[in-house]
Design a binder for this molecule. Sequence first.
Ligand SMILES: C[S@@+](CC[C@H](N)C(=O)[O-])C[C@H]1O[C@@H](n2cnc3c(N)ncnc32)[C@H](O)[C@@H]1O
Ligand SMILES: C[S@@+](CC[C@H](N)C(=O)[O-])C[C@H]1O[C@@H](n2cnc3c(N)ncnc32)[C@H](O)[C@@H]1O
Ligand code: SF4
Length: 386
Amino acid sequence: MNEVQSVYIHIPFCQQMCHYCDFVKYFYNEKLATEYIEALANEINTNIAGTKNKIRTIYIGGGTPSALNLQQLRSLLTIIDTKFDIASCEEFTIEVNPGDIDDEKTKLLKDFGITRISFGVQVMDDKLLTELGRIHRVSDVYHTVDLLTKHQFSNISLDLIYALPNQTVDQFKQSLDEVLAFNLPHYATYGLQIEPRTVFYQRHKKGLLHRPSEDDEITMYEILKQTMKANGVRQYEISNFAKPGYESKHNLTYWSNGYYYGFGAGAHGYLPDQRITNLRPLPAYKKEAMTSGRPILQTEEITLKEKLEEEMFLGLRKIAGINKQSFTQKYGFPPEKLYKLEITDLVDHELLKESETTIQLTDKGMLLANQVFEKFMLEDSDLVGI
Ligand SMILES: C[S@@+](CC[C@H](N)C(=O)[O-])C[C@H]1O[C@@H](n2cnc3c(N)ncnc32)[C@H](O)[C@@H]1O
Ligand SMILES: C[S@@+](CC[C@H](N)C(=O)[O-])C[C@H]1O[C@@H](n2cnc3c(N)ncnc32)[C@H](O)[C@@H]1O
Ligand code: SF4
């Protein structure tokens, strides 16, 4: 599909700075956030002509979109509602942090046609939450699930992080059982990454972070996969699990190498053959968004070589893997034409499995995904004669 399917909108404000997080975010401040929504409106209006444009998915992420106050949320949703046809949109997600929404905010989200909530829980243990620098507590999780249910939100995705400092395998199991008891249709579960520019990174460098062993992390991932399966929540991506029909359509745009707009500070977009990265610092973003409406840090042309590499890295993240026929339709030749040796080698090492129709990661391949993806990097000379 050669058209833009999705819209991502970034809200870079949080009530807290979690110790592990390096996404684009600032402490929430009412004035700053109001100015930001104005800048965002200008960026969207400059880049999207007309009104009620058809789009398959919209995702408001952050930062913490639910940190905005009622008026700011209303302004944001009004801009989106003017520019995009929400009624025909297949999935409209907003990220919500536990304890951040009340009756009024939840009703507003419902009234504006939001269909999916991505809920940032991380772990069901007050001590571990405190150590992560989170401000919510387990009781907030229960309260927010009740509120969402009361307002008839049923398409909820819950985020967990595992392999946290001081977390045992048993504690992880307990968190998993507790969130599965909510019986939600979607769970995203990430192994903790230690990112530069975070408190955890500094502690890690000083040897002060007590992370679980690699074996424990692998055990947690295996428990995760087994427990989800036993509960009828199917793995459809390395870190994502859903009941049938609830796979995230927005994220599937990313993993299918589809096109999307990215609006807001630090957001990235992928438009036909161009990757666009927005300015990250808030003052620079605001200034440019208010003047030119194009607050862009860089625009990169995506060459065929990069497109093919990304098709493989992103496609293999999906449990369904790469469909050879779809690949051939898109590029005019099958993946084996370019990657025959690599595929054979990875199959021999039990990192990939190949059938007539698909190429997929094995369970072992999922644990070593980055090593697999590396093998699909190309040299310009590989494309000669293609
Ligand atoms: C950037 S956050 C935004 C959503 C929301 N503010 C929250 O905190 O849940 C999106 C998700 O990324 C994941 N995440 C962020 N930093 C991470 C890290 N260093 N390692 C693993 N997962 C991380 C968390 O699960 C989080 O829910
Ligand atoms: C880590 S994912 C979590 C998705 C969630 N588990 C779900 O299934 O809905 C979401 C985060 O990725 C980042 N993100 C997603 N799309 C983005 C884009 N186009 N530009 C910049 N950041 C993006 C945002 O920080 C967002 O909070
Ligand atoms: S994890 Fe979420 S709430 Fe915490 S700092 Fe990152 S974006 Fe903000």
